[in-house]
Structures are given as C-alpha cells and as structure tokens.
Ligand binder design. Structure first.
Ligand code: IDP
Ligand code: MG
Length: 150
C-alpha cells in the first residue's frame, strides 16, 4: 500500500489545529501508520528540505520548521500521496481553495501549516527520514472493507 509523509508544522501545533488536521486526514479513509511529536533539529530540516537548498527562502524555511515541535505522520492507502496533497491544497494558502487545509486555515505561504510528500519517491525518502522501520505499523481495521472494495 502506498505511504506518504505528513508533517503538521509548528504553526499548526501552536495554533491547536493538530486535532482538526489529523481528523480531516483520518476521515478521508487514509490510515495512520506512524505518528509522533518531535522537535526538528537543523540537520533533519536540511535533509528533509534538501531540494530547496538554493531557494531564497531556504534559511527561513529551516528556522520555521525548527522553531517549535511538529507532528509527523505516516499515512497509508491507495494513492495516499495524491489524496493527501488534494486535502492539503496548494503551497500558497491564498490560492488554495476553501475546503483544503491550507485554504481554510492559512494566510501566508511561509506559514502554511502542513507538509505532504509530493511524489511516491519523495514519500519513501521522507518517511524513512522521520520514522524508523519499527515505528511504522501496518494493521487491519474492521472497517477496511467499507473504505476500500477489497
Ligand atoms: P509544498 O509544501 O506545497 O510541497 P514546496 O514548493 O515544496 O511546497 O515548498 C516547501 C515549503 O517551503 C512550503 O510548504 C512553504 O513552507 C515554503 N515555501 C515555498 N515557497 C515559498 C516562498 O516563496 N516563500 C516562503 N516560503 C516558501
Ligand atoms: Mg514540496
């Protein structure tokens, strides 16, 4: 089953939106297969955001993600990457439609509440940065057959 990495960023945790965000993701049918609160250090931030190292906002992005605790989530399900990106919305909350997490709760691109892996390759890389194999739990729910045509 496809897996993706979600981060509820420091602004999401500080604004007490963790439960709301988790609830939206969970209600989609995607399954929480990893979950933890952590304070990201500079090395982890730079590794996670390596693709942006040359961008002008890289320094601010690293400071932001390290500024307070985050919640890291592994979410599993068919097309987990694409589905979670559609629930999250576009990078800039101003352009993100109502009904999306960023569209409903964000105002600025540099405070957009949540990260979701952009591709399956990114997801595999990012999940392994934030989670040890032993921290990912694949399990069955009695409702699986009501979410998916098995
Ligand atoms: P994504 O999170 O929607 O995948 P990316 O382009 O991968 O967007 O950018 C990673 C993160 O960098 C964004 O979520 C946002 O926090 C930050 N970011 C992206 N573009 C800008 C910008 O132009 N100014 C400030 N921060 C930005
Ligand atoms: Mg991205």
């Amino acid at each position: 089953m496809e897996r993706t990495l979600i981060l509820i960023k420091p602004d999401g945790v500080q604004r007490s939106l963790s439960g709301e965000i988790l609830s939206r993701l969970e209600k989609s049918g995607l399954k929480i297969t990893g979950l933890k609160l952590l304070h990201v250090d500079e090395n982890l931030a730079k590794e996670h955001y390596a693709e942006h190292v040359d961008k002008p906002f890289f320094g601010d992005l690293v400071s932001y993600i390290c500024s307070a605790p985050i919640i890291a989530l592994a979410l599993s399900g068919p097309n987990a990457v694409e589905k979670s990106r559609s629930l999250i919305g576009t990078t800039n909350p101003l352009e993100s439609p109502p009904g999306t997490i960023r569209g409903d709760y964000g105002l600025e691109i540099s405070r957009n509440l949540i990260h979701g892996s952009a591709s399956v390759d990114d997801a595999n890389r990012e999940v392994s940065i934030f989670f040890d194999k032993s921290e990912i739990i694949d399990y069955e729910k009695s409702t699986d057959g009501w979410v998916l045509e098995l």
